[in-house]
Design a protein around this ligand. Structure first.
Ligand SMILES: [Zn+2]
Length: 114
Protein backbone atom coordinates (compact mmCIF):
# COMPACT_ATOMS: atom_id res chain seq x y z
CA UNK A 1 0.00 0.00 0.00
CA UNK A 2 1.38 3.42 -0.86
CA UNK A 3 1.82 6.11 1.77
CA UNK A 4 -0.85 8.41 0.35
CA UNK A 5 -3.51 5.68 0.47
CA UNK A 6 -2.43 4.71 3.96
CA UNK A 7 -2.70 8.33 5.13
CA UNK A 8 -6.11 8.66 3.53
CA UNK A 9 -7.37 5.52 5.27
CA UNK A 10 -5.79 6.56 8.55
CA UNK A 11 -7.63 9.90 8.38
CA UNK A 12 -10.88 8.08 7.74
CA UNK A 13 -10.27 5.72 10.65
CA UNK A 14 -9.50 8.63 12.95
CA UNK A 15 -12.62 10.55 12.02
CA UNK A 16 -14.73 7.39 12.31
CA UNK A 17 -13.24 6.83 15.74
CA UNK A 18 -14.18 10.36 16.79
CA UNK A 19 -17.68 9.99 15.39
CA UNK A 20 -18.33 6.64 17.07
CA UNK A 21 -16.85 7.71 20.41
CA UNK A 22 -19.19 10.72 20.43
CA UNK A 23 -22.16 8.53 19.52
CA UNK A 24 -21.43 6.05 22.30
CA UNK A 25 -21.21 8.89 24.79
CA UNK A 26 -24.53 10.34 23.58
CA UNK A 27 -26.25 6.95 23.72
CA UNK A 28 -24.95 6.28 27.22
CA UNK A 29 -26.38 9.59 28.34
CA UNK A 30 -29.67 8.67 26.69
CA UNK A 31 -29.77 5.30 28.46
CA UNK A 32 -29.06 6.93 31.81
CA UNK A 33 -31.81 9.49 31.30
CA UNK A 34 -34.55 6.87 30.96
CA UNK A 35 -36.87 6.86 33.89
CA UNK A 36 -37.96 3.37 34.84
CA UNK A 37 -41.18 4.30 36.50
CA UNK A 38 -44.78 5.01 35.60
CA UNK A 39 -47.34 2.42 34.64
CA UNK A 40 -46.50 -0.98 33.28
CA UNK A 41 -46.78 0.06 29.63
CA UNK A 42 -44.35 2.92 30.08
CA UNK A 43 -42.06 0.64 32.00
CA UNK A 44 -41.83 -2.05 29.33
CA UNK A 45 -41.40 0.46 26.52
CA UNK A 46 -38.63 2.15 28.50
CA UNK A 47 -36.95 -1.23 29.01
CA UNK A 48 -37.31 -1.95 25.32
CA UNK A 49 -35.89 1.44 24.29
CA UNK A 50 -32.98 0.97 26.65
CA UNK A 51 -32.26 -2.44 25.15
CA UNK A 52 -32.29 -1.03 21.63
CA UNK A 53 -29.79 1.66 22.63
CA UNK A 54 -27.62 -0.84 24.51
CA UNK A 55 -27.46 -2.96 21.37
CA UNK A 56 -26.38 0.09 19.37
CA UNK A 57 -23.71 0.89 21.95
CA UNK A 58 -22.42 -2.70 21.81
CA UNK A 59 -22.27 -2.59 18.03
CA UNK A 60 -20.43 0.74 18.13
CA UNK A 61 -17.99 -0.60 20.72
CA UNK A 62 -17.14 -3.59 18.54
CA UNK A 63 -16.63 -1.29 15.57
CA UNK A 64 -14.49 1.03 17.68
CA UNK A 65 -12.32 -1.91 18.71
CA UNK A 66 -11.81 -2.83 15.04
CA UNK A 67 -10.84 0.76 14.27
CA UNK A 68 -8.36 0.82 17.13
CA UNK A 69 -6.86 -2.46 15.96
CA UNK A 70 -6.48 -1.05 12.45
CA UNK A 71 -4.82 2.11 13.78
CA UNK A 72 -2.45 -0.05 15.80
CA UNK A 73 -1.64 -2.06 12.68
CA UNK A 74 -0.83 1.18 10.84
CA UNK A 75 1.70 1.97 13.59
CA UNK A 76 3.10 -1.55 13.38
CA UNK A 77 3.27 -1.52 9.59
CA UNK A 78 1.04 -4.57 9.25
CA UNK A 79 -2.03 -2.67 8.10
CA UNK A 80 -3.71 -3.84 4.90
CA UNK A 81 -2.33 -7.36 5.10
CA UNK A 82 -4.66 -10.32 5.10
CA UNK A 83 -4.75 -12.07 8.49
CA UNK A 84 -5.09 -15.43 6.84
CA UNK A 85 -2.79 -15.54 3.79
CA UNK A 86 -0.58 -12.53 4.56
CA UNK A 87 -1.02 -10.95 1.13
CA UNK A 88 -1.97 -7.32 0.61
CA UNK A 89 -5.72 -6.82 0.80
CA UNK A 90 -7.19 -5.27 -2.36
CA UNK A 91 -6.99 -1.46 -2.15
CA UNK A 92 -10.58 -1.06 -3.33
CA UNK A 93 -11.68 -3.31 -0.50
CA UNK A 94 -9.69 -1.34 2.07
CA UNK A 95 -11.26 1.86 0.77
CA UNK A 96 -14.74 0.39 1.06
CA UNK A 97 -14.01 -1.02 4.52
CA UNK A 98 -10.90 0.44 6.17
CA UNK A 99 -11.10 -2.13 8.99
CA UNK A 100 -11.06 -5.15 6.64
CA UNK A 101 -8.89 -7.98 7.96
CA UNK A 102 -9.03 -10.46 5.11
CA UNK A 103 -8.61 -10.31 1.36
CA UNK A 104 -11.71 -11.12 -0.67
CA UNK A 105 -10.93 -14.80 -1.24
CA UNK A 106 -9.97 -15.44 2.41
CA UNK A 107 -13.04 -13.59 3.60
CA UNK A 108 -15.17 -16.05 1.62
CA UNK A 109 -13.32 -19.00 3.13
CA UNK A 110 -13.43 -17.62 6.69
CA UNK A 111 -17.14 -16.83 6.43
CA UNK A 112 -18.19 -20.12 4.89
CA UNK A 113 -15.82 -22.37 6.81
CA UNK A 114 -17.06 -21.58 10.32
ZN1 LIG B 1 -6.06 -13.64 2.20
Amino acid sequence: MDTATMEELKDRLLSLKKEITARIKKNLEKVNSFQLKGDEGDFSSAVYSRQVIYDLIEKDRRHLKEIEESLYEIEQGTYGKCKRCGKDIEIERMKAKPTAKYCISCKRIVESGK
